[in-house]
Design a protein around this ligand. Structure first.
Ligand code: B12
Ligand code: SF4
Ligand code: SF4
Length: 370
């Protein structure tokens, strides 16, 4: 491909990406992400991402012939979310699953690329945890990585979903953008769990992580979760770059899911509506949503939800019964003490029994066996 052809193809791909509906498109080379490679060494990573640094930072380990990466972003900023519900759901998880939306649009772009160059090889990623999406977007000039860790674009802010197409085509690359955070540190000051230091996230403290964690949640994590059902948006909400931005650009991302305690506790494997089952927050399954809901009730401490918790002591899942015991314990009432004491002798699962023992200890209710 000669130079002018390279420029022409780059322009055609970018125009098509916009036509398909991507809000941002930029190009970076497929050179390894050297800076990120050394950053990763010092970072704690979650189980949601590969621990193979080479895989995370070297595009060639995904597509040996890769020369360029087309970085793409879709804005999901919305003003339609309405007033806060009892349980908070992060905006990205309230509409259609972004993985699906990104993938469909990326597939459309690939079909077009193959009409330009029949020998084009491509591979796509969006949130797969094997290549760093933010690093790709940053290098391709889509924005800068802010102190919140989020990729921010000066026009669209940081409510952005990211994805990329690796290709063997040589394309004209874009310039990376310098950080414009300046002296601002609103995200750091407002993070409810102090999970942020400048440009660095302590993932185990992040509510987004805690809400998605499969392993049992410690007492501290349950307290920290508050009324978050899924994800957390605090560091996005306070960011000044999310103020005067375009909203509601893509109907797929309009927020349809609402955090409603009764609705979620009533879900069984047979009555879950499609918009829940197909949403990004369902990837951990119903049990995680119910676990978080039960914890949310304990943290909200509202009388109206007490009967729901009491009913939930009969839940067939010992794990959910154990969290129910914890939440009931937060009510610290004589009536609850009597109820748990009664349940203790009927309970046949040791984990649940231990949870009741802990509640008695923590609430200074004496020895359960007395
Ligand atoms: C695992 C994961 C999480 C984990 C852990 C994230 C983490 N940072 O450790 C948890 C569950 C906590 C999480 C939360 C969220 N996530 Co997430 N997550 C991922 C995933 C799968 C991997 C990210 C990761 O672990 N990277 C390892 C870390 C070390 O790299 P990094 O986050 O890219 O960090 C870069 C910067 O920190 C920078 N850097 C490091 N040090 C320094 C120092 C300086 C000076 C500078 C300038 C830069 C810099 O270099 C790093 C490498 O490029 C990506 C998808 C993907 N495959 O990339 C999505 C992704 C990062 N998540 C995304 C989103 C939307 C979120 C949430 C907003 C969701 C929510 N509302 O709850 C929150 C935001 C939390 C936050 N403030 O970062 C988007 C980000 C979009 C954007 N605009 O940035 C991604 C890209 C998914 C996608 N394809 O759209 N996430
Ligand atoms: S998502 Fe929430 S908990 Fe995580 S860093 Fe942002 S503000 Fe803090
Ligand atoms: S809140 Fe301020 S410091 Fe944090 S990412 Fe936004 S501009 Fe940067």
């Amino acid at each position: 491909m000669n130079i002018s052809n390279k420029e022409r193809i780059t322009e055609l791909i970018k125009n098509k990406a916009k036509e398909i509906g991507f809000d941002l498109v930029g190009i970076t080379s497929a050179e390894p992400f050297q800076q990120a490679y050394s950053i990763l060494e010092k970072r704690k990573l979650t189980e949601f991402i590969s621990n193979d640094r080479e895989l995370l930072t070297n595009p060639a380990s995904h597509l040996a012939s890769a020369k360029s990466i087309i970085a793409l972003a879709l804005s999901y900023a919305s003003k339609r979310a309405g007033k806060e519900e009892e349980q908070n759901i992060a905006l990205y998880a309230r509409g259609k699953d972004y993985h699906q939306v990104m993938q469909e649009k990326m597939n459309e772009l690939i079909i077009f690329i193959k009409t330009l160059a029949t020998d084009a090889e491509t591979i796509t990623y969006s949130d797969t945890g094997v290549l760093l999406d933010r690093e790709v977007a940053y290098r391709a000039g889509l924005g800068w990585i802010g102190k919140s860790n989020n990729l921010i674009n000066p026009e669209y802010g940081s409510y952005l979903m990211l994805g990329e197409i690796l290709t063997n085509l040589p394309l004209v690359t874009d310039q990376a953008m310098e950080s414009r955070c300046g002296t601002c540190q609103l995200c750091i000051d407002n993070c409810p769990t102090q999970a942020l230091k400048a440009y660095c996230l302590e993932p185990e403290l992040c509510l987004s992580y805690i809400s998605q964690k499969k392993d049992p949640l410690s007492m501290e994590e349950r307290e920290m979760l508050g009324n978050q059902l899924w994800g957390c948006d605090r560091c996005l909400e306070v960011c000044p770059y999310n103020r005067d931005i375009p909203y509601d650009l893509h109907p797929e991302f309009f927020p349809v899911l609402k955090g409603d305690i009764k609705t979620i506790l009533n879900f069984t494997n047979h009555n879950i509506p499609g918009e829940w089952k197909e949403a990004a927050l369902f990837w951990r399954g119903l049990r995680t949503l119910k676990r978080n809901t039960i914890i949310n009730i304990g943290n909200l401490g509202k009388e109206e939800y007490l009967p729901l918790l009491i009913d939930n002591l009969a839940n067939p899942s010992p794990v959910l019964r154990a969290y129910t015991v914890w939440s009931l314990g937060k009510y610290r009432k004589e009536e609850i003490k009597a109820l748990l004491s009664n349940h203790y002798f009927k309970e046949n699962d040791n984990m649940v029994k231990k949870e009741i023992e802990k509640i008695f200890q923590n609430n200074n209710w004496g020895d359960i066996n007395d």
